[in-house]
Design a protein around this ligand. Structure first.
Ligand SMILES: Cc1cc2nc3c(=O)[nH]c(=O)nc-3n(C[C@H](O)[C@H](O)[C@H](O)COP(=O)(O)O)c2cc1C
Length: 306
C-alpha cells in the first residue's frame, strides 16, 4: 500500500513532496545523490522568455539558521528549456510530474511565457512566480499588490489549460487577502512562501555582503513565519496549498501538512542535506505506519482549530 500517494490538481503524485524552484536545478543535477523519481514531483528553476545572467557580485550568504540569495533568476530562457532541458530531463529517466516556475517583467511577458510552456507536453503544471525579491522588474512587485496579483493570474489563466499554481510572497501585510484574490482569478493552487527580503553587512568593508544589497532569506530560520502563513491561508481558500519555507526534516514536513498544506516543497534544506527527500519520504511512511494512517493526507489541516 502506498500511504503517501497524493492527488494534487487531478494528477497522482507518488508522495506529497516536491522540490522548490531554484533549489534543485532541473532535476538531473542531484541524480548522483538519489533517484529523482523518489520525489512526488519537481519544480524547476524559474524560467523567463530570454536567457538571464542573473545578478553580479556575491549571490549567496550564509546566516544563522538560513541563507540569503540574490541569484536574480539566472536561467537559459524558454527556448533552451524547451529544446534541450526538457529532453534531458526525460532522457535522465525522470518520470515524476514536472512543474515549471515562470517569470516575467510585465504581465504580457508572463502571458507569452505561459503560452510557450502550455505547448510543452512534458510540462505537467505551471507555477506562476509573482514573488521573486531579486529582480528589479516584476517578481515581488506583482505579488505584493493584490490588484496586480489578480490581473497577472487572470491573464495567465486565460492562456493555459495546465494546472496553475500561484507562488506567493511573504513580504506583504496580508497574505490571506492576496491568496483569496489569486484564487478568485483562476489559480488552481497557491504555493508559499517565497523568500523573505533580507540583507547582511560585511563589517570589515562596511558594505552589504550581497552584490544586489538585498536578497531572499530562506532556510530553517524562516519556518515559523512560513508555517503561520500556510496555516492562515489554507483556512481561507478552497484551493490546495503547497507549503514551503525551511523544511529540513520529516517533522517539519508533517507540521506543514498539519498546518494545511496538501503538498510540501523542499528548498534550502537540500543544500546542506542533498538526500533530504529520501529521508523525508521514509520518515513520512514511518509516521503513517506508527500512527495507523492509511494515507498521509489524513493529517492535512489537523492543527486547525475546529
Ligand atoms: C538559491 C535560491 C534560488 C531560488 N530561486 C527561485 C526561483 O527561481 N523561483 C521561485 O519561485 N523561487 C525561488 N526560490 C525560493 C524557493 O523556491 C523557496 O520558495 C524559498 O527558498 C523558501 O523555501 P526554503 O526555506 O525551503 O528554501 C529560490 C530560493 C533559493 C534559496
Amino acid at each position: 500500500m502506498n500511504r503517501l500517494k497524493t492527488n494534487f490538481l487531478g494528477m497522482e503524485f507518488k508522495n506529497p513532496m516536491v522540490t522548490s524552484s531554484g533549489c534543485f536545478g532541473f532535476g538531473m543535477e542531484y541524480k548522483d545523490y538519489f533517484d529523482p523519481n523518489v520525489l512526488g514531483g519537481i519544480v524547476v528553476k524559474g524560467i523567463t522568455m530570454e536567457a538571464r545572467d542573473g545578478n553580479y557580485g556575491t549571490r549567496i550568504a550564509e546566516t544563522p539558521g538560513g541563507m540569503l540569495n540574490c541569484v536574480g533568476l539566472e536561467n537559459p530562457g524558454v527556448d533552451y528549456f524547451e529544446n534541450v532541458i526538457v529532453k534531458n530531463i526525460k532522457a535522465a529517466g525522470i518520470e515524476c510530474p514536472i512543474i515549471v516556475n515562470i517569470n516575467g517583467k510585465v504581465i504580457d511577458e508572463y502571458v507569452e511565457i505561459a503560452k510557450r510552456v502550455e505547448k510543452i507536453a512534458e510540462v505537467d503544471m505551471i507555477e506562476l512566480n509573482i514573488s521573486c525579491p531579486n529582480v528589479k522588474d516584476g517578481g515581488m512587485a506583482f505579488g505584493a499588490n493584490p490588484d496586480v496579483a489578480g490581473a497577472v493570474t487572470k491573464a495567465v489563466r486565460a492562456v493555459t489549460t495546465k494546472p496553475l499554481i500561484v507562488k506567493l510572497s511573504p513580504n506583504v501585510t496580508d497574505i490571506v487577502h492576496i491568496a483569496k484574490v489569486v484564487e478568485a482569478n483562476g489559480a488552481d493552487a497557491v504555493s508559499l512562501i517565497n523568500t523573505l527580503l533580507g540583507m547582511a553587512i560585511d563589517i570589515k568593508s562596511k558594505k552589504p555582503v550581497l552584490g544586489n544589497t538585498f536578497g531572499g532569506f530562506s532556510g530553517p530560520a524562516v519556518k515559523p513565519v512560513a508555517l503561520r502563513m500556510v496555516y492562515q491561508v489554507s483556512q481561507n481558500v478552497k484551493i490546495p496549498v503547497v507549503g514551503m519555507g525551511g523544511i529540513s526534516s520529516t517533522e517539519d514536513a508533517i507540521e506543514f501538512m498539519m498546518a494545511g498544506a496538501t503538498m510540501v516543497s523542499l528548498g534550502t534544506g537540500l543544500f546542506s542535506n542533498p538526500i533530504l527527500p529520501v529521508e523525508i519520504k521514509d520518515g513520512l511512511e514511518r509516521f503513517c505506519e506508527e500512527n495507523g494512517l492509511e494515507n498521509i493526507q489524513e493529517i492535512v489541516g489537523a492543527a486547525h482549530q475546529k
